[in-house]
Ligand binder design. Structure first.
Ligand SMILES: *[C@@H]1O[C@H](CO)[C@@H](O)[C@H](O)[C@H]1NC(C)=O
Ligand SMILES: *[C@@H]1O[C@H](CO)[C@@H](O)[C@H](O)[C@H]1NC(C)=O
Ligand SMILES: [Ca+2]
Ligand SMILES: [Ca+2]
Length: 169
C-alpha cells in the first residue's frame, strides 16, 4: 500500500520534467532565440543576460580586430545582434554605440556578419549606408539610428557575448 502511494506521487513529477524538456526542445529547435530564457541570473558575475545570451561591455574602446581578439580571450565573441530587439536591449542597458561583428574586409561590398559561428541575416543600415566612405570603411558599428560602415582602425566601444549556461534535464 505504502509503495503504491509513493510511486503514484513520483509519476507526475517525471511527467512534468518530461513535458518541460519537450517544450524546451520544441522551442529551441523552432529557432527560438530565447529558449534558455527560463534561467535567471545564470550569467557569470559582471555579465548581463538577455534570453540565452550573456553580455559584457569591455573596459576600453578598441579597433575592430582587437575587439574580436579581446572577446575571444574572455571566452566570448564580439557581439553580432540577430534582431532589432536584441540591439535595443544592448543600446538601452550597456552602451549607445558599439562595434558589431560584421565586415566586408574580404570582399568589398559583401558583408559577412557572424554571431559566433552563426551567419546573421538581420541588417539595419542607416539611410545611405554602407557607403565605404573614402574607400576604406570595412567594419560596422551600430547606434540608435542603425548601422554605419566605418574604418576598422577607429576606437569604439566593445560588447562581448557568450551563451548563457543551459538547463539540462
Ligand atoms: C567575426 O566575424 C568574422 C567574419 O567577418 C569572423 O572571421 C570572426 O571569427 C568573427 N569573430 C568572432 C569572435 O566570432
Ligand atoms: C558616408 O559615411 C560616413 C561615415 O561612415 C559619413 O561621415 C559620410 O557623411 C557618409 N557620406 C555620404 C555621402 O553619405
Ligand atoms: Ca567596405
Ligand atoms: Ca559609412
Amino acid at each position: 500500500m505504502a509503495t503504491e502511494v509513493t510511486s503514484e506521487k513520483k509519476l507526475p513529477k517525471h511527467l512534468i520534467v518530461g513535458l518541460i524538456s519537450l517544450c524546451l526542445m520544441i522551442r529551441c529547435t523552432g529557432g527560438n532565440e530565447r529558449c534558455g530564457a527560463s534561467i535567471r541570473g545564470a550569467c557569470p558575475p559582471a555579465w548581463i543576460q538577455w534570453g540565452d545570451k550573456c553580455y559584457q561591455k569591455y573596459s576600453k574602446n578598441l579597433p575592430w580586430a582587437e575587439a574580436n581578439q579581446e572577446c575571444i580571450k574572455m571566452g566570448s565573441v564580439l557581439v553580432m545582434p540577430q534582431s532589432q530587439e536584441e540591439t535595443d536591449f544592448l543600446l538601452k542597458n550597456l552602451i549607445s554605440y558599439f562595434w558589431i561583428n560584421c565586415s566586408d574586409q574580404q570582399v568589398e561590398g559583401t558583408w559577412v556578419c557572424l554571431d559566433g559561428t552563426t551567419d546573421v541575416e538581420y541588417r539595419n543600415w542607416r539611410v545611405a549606408e554602407p557607403n565605404n566612405s573614402g574607400g576604406g570603411e570595412d567594419c560596422a558599428a551600430t547606434g540608435e539610428s542603425g548601422w554605419n560602415d566605418i574604418s576598422c582602425d577607429g576606437l569604439n566601444p566593445v560588447i562581448c557575448k557568450r551563451p548563457a549556461p543551459q538547463l539540462h534535464f
